[in-house]
Design a protein around this ligand. Structure first.
Ligand code: SF4
Length: 376
């Protein structure tokens, strides 16, 4: 097996258009062979994964769900990790055409002051949540690494686990944030399609697709305990996105075996701005993709956010999902009703207590605290 220095090398050995054709070419016989392997408890390979993602597998959704459910039970038990996002800022110097925080959007901008951050932290921790994800836009002057580091140190007074979803950084900068107390990195590629990437990312550091593609590698080298990958479904052909997310996750598992790898497939939601280019991904296909990932990568954490509607979230809990956000606000100061603009609209508006009740009713234990540095 060829060893790749960084993911972009492997990425360039493949091609987005060919990837779509490869997935489409998977036959019923390919799907049945892959299902047979999965049913007999044998590991599935990348080709099997492509078969599970392919249109040919659509008629086997129930079988895939039953395999996925037994894998989730074996690897994770009847548990669900809960977290809440905490937006530090909506300042952004980049322009992504699908995002409410985009530089071009003339919206009131806000970056949390430390005292406001403490109020947010109090409000979240009162709900019993111990794991948070902090987010910023891409603005190196309003939210420099120093600011993020200071925020992490404050938040560690309230939470046992602090993950970051900020602009891509260098290894040394990630190390600084780990030393400040961060244990998880989330860096979604948005789209693995170079044509769509160029079309939708028109300004700022985010225009640099290569730098973003190699970001999870830098996180792995820095030593993050958890690394989250994802593609924003709706920007390009979903079959191509699924091909590359599978490739990327498999690469990360092999190379950074000390880190646990999580995957999320956020679907496009309405946001401020004038973006009408969403390629819809219907629910059955979305579910098929999640099941395919679960079967192919049994140890991957799979995250489902409040972008999705309550029914879908409830149904997928216990089948393939291991981590859920709850009661999310997507604007800085959202938990204290700052009135700032949200990054995108959420579908599941239930509070943490309602999500916990839903999980308990399904016999799933909500895990509010998944990690304590003292125990590591
Ligand atoms: S997606 Fe991120 S980088 Fe792009 S405009 Fe929104 S906040 Fe800025």
């Amino acid at each position: 097996m060829k060893i790749y220095e960084m993911f972009p090398e492997l990425f360039h050995a493949h091609n987005f258009s060919n990837a779509i054709e490869k997935v489409k070419a998977k036959s019923l016989a390919d799907v049945e062979g892959a299902l047979h392997r999965a049913f007999s408890g044998n590991p599935t390979d990348f080709n099997d994964y492509l078969a599970f993602v392919s249109p040919s597998a659509a008629k086997y959704l129930e079988t895939m769900a039953s395999i996925a459910q037994s894998i989730t039970m074996q690897r994770f038990g009847k548990t669900m990790q809960l977290f809440m996002p905490l937006y530090l800022s909506n300042e952004c110097r980049s322009s992504c055409l699908y995002c409410g925080f985009s530089f071009e959007n003339k919206i009131p901008r806000k970056t949390l002051k430390f005292e406001e951050l403490r109020i947010e932290a109090e409000l979240i921790s009162q709900k019993g949540i111990n794991h948070i994800l902090i987010l910023t836009g891409e603005d190196y002057s309003h939210t420099p690494v120093e600011y993020i580091s200071d925020c992490i140190q404050i938040l560690k007074e309230y939470f046992s686990s602090v993950a970051i979803e900020v602009y891509p950084l260098e290894v040394a900068e990630y190390e600084k944030l780990i030393n400040a107390g961060a244990d998880g990195l989330v860096l979604y590629q948005e789209t693995y399609d170079p044509v769509a990437y160029k079309k939708f990312h028109i300004r700022g550091v985010k225009k640099d697709m290569e730098y973003r593609l190699s970001g999870p590698d830098r996180g792995g080298l820095a030593g993050f305990r958890k690394i989250g990958l994802g593609a924003l479904l709706g920007l390009s052909n979903a079959l191509g996105e699924m091909y590359f997310i599978g490739l990327h996750a498999q690469y990360m598992f092999r190379k950074y075996w000390r880190s646990s790898i999580q995957i999320s497939l956020p679907r496009m939601r309405p946001a401020q701005g004038d973006f009408h280019s969403i390629i819809p991904v219907p629910d059955p296909e979305f579910v098929q993709y999640i099941l395919a990932l679960r079967i192919f990568l049994p140890d991957a954490g799979i995250v489902l956010s409040t972008r999705e509607n309550p029914d879908l979230r409830d149904n997928l809990a216990g089948i393939a999902i291991t981590t859920m956000s709850a009661g999310s606000r997507t604007e800085p100061g959202g938990y204290q009703d700052s009135g700032a603009l949200e990054q995108f609209a959420t579908e599941d508006k239930r509070d943490v207590s309602e999500i916990m009740k839903m999980l308990s009713d399904k016999g799933i234990d909500p895990v509010l605290k998944d990690f304590d540095r003292v125990l590591s």
